[in-house]
Design a protein around this ligand. Structure first.
Ligand code: CAA
Ligand code: FAD
Length: 380
């Protein structure tokens, strides 16, 4: 067993750490407050190759492994989860989905631009009446021979306003249940495709979350991903990898909150000594450190499983379930360690606490991860 990162992985980790400090940290409080999408930062992340990290260089990607991707997600998320979610969706839901299951024409037409960050993408599964219960799709894609007619509403779509390409899940044949669902590539600007207003959120406020409406949108058949009826499996397989990205995001939020709390506890004095010398605070730090390390190994192990070609449905669900709980617990304790200062924006931990919450909700809530885990371990 080897727990050391390769030279290349350490260099990428360092590059992401530098980028987060130099490019994400300035203005992060203001972007959060104003709900401002990190346009310039996303452009720079594209130039650094962070938006198509695992994509084959022949399609414009960086050709890196999943462990490197998790390291980058962790470092970016220590500072700005609103920016890291753009990286997560573009890499593991959009680029990976297209590279793994798209045909050559689709890869040339869309993946090459998505992997370089020239454009960004969105992944559209959730609906007002189909969130956790994802097979209950109400959006329809009716087969008209050489095209589909798409009707319905998607909600909570990350990159909803800024994306150019949308991977949309929709029901074609209701009689076939989840085997009658398709995944379609929809382009911004297609007639009948409308983007709703931006959501005003508790956390990841810089991220761009919208509902989408499709009203008789004509989608050419060549925009279907995979065989007829493959759409639900496409979504599930893609989400297994997506959960590694969100688990790494949660890990980063936890680690960012812990680093701030540790620093503060060694500077702030009460009762004649640094608060880190009070055992109640020191034990909080010990718990945080231990839980973050445990989360880190679950996240890296799942990324490693994917790189080894092992099944990672179970490990990614466990990583996301645990890391998101650690993110929430750690961020709450980081606010506590900061006392009154933890309650104001300048000290960053209140934002990390608000951002942590979403990691227990999107890409499958914690309850859904427990369904995936329990089904997996009781199957045989
Ligand atoms: N890989 C391949 N196939 C899979 C699979 C996987 N990981 N998981 C399920 N399937 C298949 C099943 O085998 C089954 O197919 P067969 O009938 O051929 O065997 C089919 O999918 C249906 O599966 P279930 O019977 O298990 O379906 P279910 O209705 O019980 O639901 C669920 C399963 C795991 C709860 C699923 O609905 C789910 O994951 N829900 C959560 C949805 C979610 O994660 N949404 C995230 C949206 S994207 C997002 O959130 C992005 C963001 O924020 C940034
Ligand atoms: P519901 O499914 O209604 O769940 C409500 C509660 O009931 C939850 O606690 C849930 O865990 C619980 N519950 C439901 N079923 C069960 C069960 N069987 N057993 C036990 N408990 C259960 N979706 C996309 O498709 N693309 C995106 O880009 C995207 N980005 C998002 C960004 C943000 C900021 C947010 C808030 C959401 C985003 N989502 C996205 C949607 C997200 O994936 C869903 O919100 C999530 O899957 C939960 O669905 P829901 O909100 O409908 O909750």
């Amino acid at each position: 067993m080897d727990f050391t990162l390769s030279e290349e992985q350490r260099m990428i980790q360092e590059a992401a750490r530098d980028f987060a400090q130099n490019e994400l940290l300035p203005g992060v409080i203001e972007r959060d407050e104003a709900q401002k999408f990190p346009t310039e930062q996303v452009k720079k992340m594209g130039e650094l190759g962070f938006l198509g990290m695992m994509v084959d260089p022949k399609y414009g990607g960086s050709g890196l492994d999943t462990v490197s991707y998790a390291l980058v997600m962790e470092e970016l998320s220590k500072i700005d989860a609103s920016s890291s979610v753009v990286v997560s969706v573009n890499n593991s839901l959009v680029c990976w989905g297209l590279e793994a299951f798209g045909n050559e024409e689709q890869k040339q037409k869309y993946l090459t631009r998505l992997a370089t960050g020239e454009i960004i993408g969105a992944f559209c599964l959730s609906e007002p009446e189909a969130g956790s219960d994802a097979t209950s799709q109400k959006t329809t894609a009716i087969d008209k021979g050489d095209h589909y007619i798409l009707n319905g509403t998607k909600n909570w779509i990350t990159n909803g306003g800024t994306a150019e390409i949308y991977l949309v899940i929709a029901q074609t044949d209701r009689d076939k249940g989840h085997k009658g669902i398709n995944a379609l590539i929809v382009e911004k600007g297609m007639e009948g495709f409308q983007i709703g207003p931006k959501e005003n959120k508790l956390g990841i406020r810089g991220s761009d979350t919208h509902s989408l409406n499709f009203n008789d949108v004509k989608i050419p058949k060549e925009n279907r991903i995979g065989e007829d009826g493959f759409g639900f499996k496409f979504a599930m397989k893609t989400l297994s990898g997506g959960r590694i990205g969100i688990a790494a995001q949660a890990l980063g939020i936890a680690a960012g909150a812990y680093e701030l709390a540790l620093k503060y506890s060694k500077e702030r004095k009460a009762f004649g000594t640094e608060i880190a010398n009070h055992q109640a605070i020191a034990f909080k730090l010990a718990d945080m450190h231990t839980q973050i390390e445990a989360a880190r190994y679950l996240v890296y192990k799942s990324a490693w499983d994917k790189d080894q070609g092992n099944n990672y449905d179970l490990s990614s669900a466990m990583a996301k379930l645990y890391a998101s709980q650690v993110a929430m617990d750690t961020a709450i304790e980081a606010v506590q360690i900061h006392g009154g200062n933890g309650f104001v924006k300048d000290y960053h931990v209140e934002r990390l606490m608000r951002d942590a919450k979403i990691t227990q909700i999107y890409e499958g809530t914690s309850e859904i991860q427990k369904i995936v885990i329990s089904r997996s371990i009781t199957r045989n």
